[in-house]
Design a protein. Structure first.
Length: 50
């Protein structure tokens, strides 16, 4: 994702991960994709980063 400045206030920020299977050098491995999710004071959600 592209970089951009963060908002001054996020009501909540969650950090989570999604586990996916990836073929790597002939083996299937589980890898985590980390997600930062911000919830603004008006209730809208936006992905802050992957």
């Amino acid at each position: 994702m592209g970089e951009r400045p963060l908002d001054a206030v996020d009501a909540l920020v969650f950090f989570d991960a999604i586990w996916v299977k990836i073929r790597d050098e002939g083996f299937v491995r589980n890898k985590a994709i980390y997600i930062a999710l911000g919830i603004l004071p008006d209730g809208t959600k936006e992905i802050l980063g992957l």
